[in-house]
Each structure stands twice: as structure tokens, then as C-alpha cells.
Design a protein around this ligand. Structure first.
Ligand SMILES: NC(=O)c1ccc[n+]([C@@H]2O[C@H](COP(=O)([O-])OP(=O)(O)OC[C@H]3O[C@@H](n4cnc5c(N)ncnc54)[C@H](O)[C@@H]3O)[C@@H](O)[C@H]2O)c1
Length: 356
């Protein structure tokens, strides 16, 4: 097991990354204090709730709040169910929320912990690849409104994050591959050595071989931890984590969140951003081909579908909340491992939208 420390404005917290951590609670169970509410979704609870037994052994008062799964459940109504479960448990200010699940559960339970009695402890136990390498680290919490995703939320750093890569064995294939897109992102924007390692280990990762998986998750978490430590509130470097995301979000919205998993849309977005970087001579040619090759070996698409309405994507990109004034601000590459934010003209973007 490796322990990665995340520094933030209010102190620091450990991220435990290893195998078999759910079953062997010794190292991390000390973060569970007061009464403990486990929050999970139906799928994850069915698979992993019983494995938490060891961690909860010495705790006199604990309960579980099990919510239906899915992005459409990341609502204020379910957030309220978590708050009510805390009341029912008799949780005081020293209580702990244990979020066991993917990013939906982590964000919602984290937001409930941020608000209950103006803030109680949360321990994040992420069970999807996306949540392990991204959502659970960094302290962003929140829920969706009908008007948009993540419109209500708070920064609330966890007391600890417990990443048990064994849980990834039950993840469905698409969910797993979508998570790999975020892993590739860290290599592409800030860690050339990690990118080269991913190229070497792509087949092992596609096959979910435990050693490769463990190292990929550890190196991704270390990258996220460094970015968050440098820029907790997204004023500078944290914005680079949006590589591929402005294109990706537009694609997800244009397809009503039905066609692509988030990571699948981000993979196409990263590929478009890399091609745009070459077109603008920000980087030497070949970077986009290298990125595409790696994504494809990991089972991810890198091209827009032929019939996809490009002008619609452009309009949606103009609405992105990261833009300033009228310009579309995109994260682009100066090379593998080096990213910058650059304002782009619509005509520049149209160039990479052209069908091959
Ligand atoms: N807070 C942040 O910084 C941050 C960053 C990125 C994404 N997010 C949020 O994360 C959410 C997406 O998270 P996600 O992709 O983990 O989706 P998710 O939480 O909906 O999980 C996807 C599905 O996988 C199932 N699942 C989870 N773990 C499993 C396992 N080990 N085995 C089998 N099935 C399992 C879940 O029940 C669910 O049906 C979005 O709401 C997004 O906004 C937050």
C-alpha cells in the first residue's frame, strides 16, 4: 500500500492506494470517528458493503444510506436523504460520512458532509476508476440541478481517501475504459514519463493486470494531488485538468449524455485538442498521432462521428463556463507532458472539425 499526501488550504489528508484495503481496515479505520454513516448506491452496496465490516467493527453507532445508482440520482432530493439519515443516526459534529461508490456517491455524500452542522468529516472510498484517479481527490463536492450539472456544491476536503484497486475488477468495460481516458490525461498534460510508461503498459492496462493498474492509479493520484496542492480553487494549474473537457462536454451535451460516457467524450476531446495544438504550431507534429495511438490501444475512440453537427458543438463550446469574454479558452499541448491554456478562434476549431 502506498500513502500519497494531499496538501490543501486547511491542512493535508492521506490517499491510501493499494489492493485489499476494504477488507483490511487497520491502516485507515482510524479516520472513522464518532458515529459513521456509510453512503453508497445499490450496485456498489451489493458488491462491497459487507467488506467494510472490519473497518466498522469497533464503531458502536453506524448505519448505511443506500441510494439508487446513476447520474440522474445526483440530486438535492437524494442529498436530503443523506442529511436525514445523519439526523436519524444522531450524528453530531464529530461524526463521519463514509462515501462508498463512484463519483456520483462521492460528490453527493461529500456535499452532505460539507453542509451537515456546517461541515463534518468525510472519508472517500471510490470504487470506479474515474472516482479513484479524479473525483475523490481534490475536495470538490456537489449535486446536479435540472438546469445543469454540478450547479450546487462546495469545496470540502476529505479526511482520507481509500483507493482499493481490487474493486475495479467488477467495473463494466466501458466504465473502466472511460476512466483510462483521465489516466492518459495526466500523462499528456504534465507527466511525460508517465505517458511513456502508459505506452509501454497499454496492453496490461487494457487487460486490467493488477500490477499495472496499481501503478497507473498511484501515478494518477500523485499527479492530481500535486495539482490540487498547487491550486486548490482552480485559479491556475487546476484548469489544465480540463484538457479535452471543453470539447468533451459539448459532445456529451449534444448527444444528450446518452451516446458517450464522460471519459469517452474526453478522449475524443483530447484528440481534437492535440490536433488543434499541431495546427497552431504550438507543438511539433506527431503529438496527436502518439496520443491517438495510446487512446486507441486502450479501447477509446478518437474521432467525432461522421454525422455529428460541428456547428452545434461550436455553439455549445461558446457556453463553457471557463470562457472569458467571447473567446473559447482551450487547454492545448506544447508537447507530451506540457499543457497551456489558449484562447481560440471559431475558425481554428472548425479546421479540426473537418472530416478526415
Ligand atoms: N468532484 C470532482 O472533482 C469530480 C471529478 C470528476 C467527476 N466527478 C463526478 O463524478 C461523477 C461520475 O462518476 P463515475 O463515473 O464514478 O459514475 P457513477 O458514480 O455513476 O458510477 C458509475 C456506475 O458504476 C457503478 N459502480 C461503481 N463502482 C463499481 C464497481 N466497483 N463495480 C461495479 N459497478 C460499480 C455504479 O453503481 C454506477 O452505476 C459525475 O457526477 C461527475 O460530475 C466529480
Amino acid at each position: 500500500m502506498k500513502v500519497i499526501k494531499v496538501r490543501h488550504g486547511g491542512g493535508e489528508y492521506p490517499v491510501y492506494v493499494g489492493q485489499g484495503l476494504l477488507g483490511t481496515a487497520s491502516a485507515w479505520a482510524r479516520h472513522l470517528r464518532g458515529r459513521v454513516l456509510v453512503v453508497s448506491d445499490e450496485t456498489v452496496a451489493g458488491l462491497y458493503l459487507s467488506r467494510l465490516g472490519g473497518a466498522l467493527e469497533g464503531i458502536r453507532h453506524h448505519q448505511a444510506a443506500i441510494l439508487p445508482d446513476g447520474e440522474d440520482q445526483k440530486t438535492l432530493a437524494n442529498w436530503q436523504r443523506v442529511i436525514e439519515a445523519l439526523v436519524e443516526l444522531g450524528a453530531q459534529r464529530d461524526a463521519t460520512v463514509l462515501a462508498l461508490g463512484g463519483g456520483v456517491i462521492g460528490d453527493m455524500a461529500g456535499f452532505a458532509a460539507a453542509c451537515y452542522m456546517r461541515g463534518i468529516r468525510v472519508v472517500q472510498v471510490p470504487t470506479t476508476l474515474l472516482a479513484q484517479v479524479d473525483a475523490a481527490v481534490g475536495g470538490k463536492t456537489g449535486v446536479n440541478l435540472a438546469a445543469g450539472k454540478n450547479l450546487v456544491g462546495a469545496f470540502h476536503a476529505p479526511s482520507a481517501v481509500v483507493v482499493d484497486v481490487d474493486t475495479l475488477a467488477t467495473l463494466d468495460d466501458r466504465e473502466y475504459r472511460a476512466g483510462l481516458a483521465e489516466v492518459v490525461k495526466y500523462g499528456a498534460i504534465r507527466d511525460a514519463a508517465f505517458f511513456a510508461w502508459l505506452e509501454q503498459e497499454a496492453d496490461a492496462l487494457a487487460a486490467r493486470l493488477p500490477d499495472a493498474l496499481l501503478e497507473a492509479v498511484q501515478r494518477s493520484v500523485s499527479n492530481k494531488a500535486e495539482v490540487v496542492a498547487a491550486d486548490e480553487r482552480e485559479a491556475g494549474e487546476r484548469a489544465l485538468l480540463n484538457f479535452g473537457h471543453t470539447f468533451g462536454h459539448a459532445l456529451e451535451t449534444a448527444t444528450d449524455y446518452r451516446r458517450y460516457r464522460h471519459g469517452e467524450a474526453v478522449a475524443i476531446g483530447m484528440s481534437l485538442a492535440a490536433r488543434l495544438s499541431e495546427l497552431l504550431s504550438l507543438t511539433i507534429p506527431g503529438v496527436a498521432a502518439r496520443l491517438d495511438a495510446l487512446l486507441q490501444r486502450l479501447g477509446l475512440e478518437t474521432q467525432l462521428a461522421p454525422g455529428q453537427d460541428r456547428e452545434q458543438l461550436l455553439s455549445l463550446m461558446r457556453l463553457d463556463k471557463k470562457n472569458q469574454a467571447e473567446q473559447i479558452r482551450l487547454v492545448l499541448l506544447e508537447g507530451i507532458g506540457r499543457a497551456v491554456v489558449r484562447p481560440c478562434e471559431p475558425d481554428e476549431i472548425r479546421e479540426v472539425f473537418k472530416e478526415p
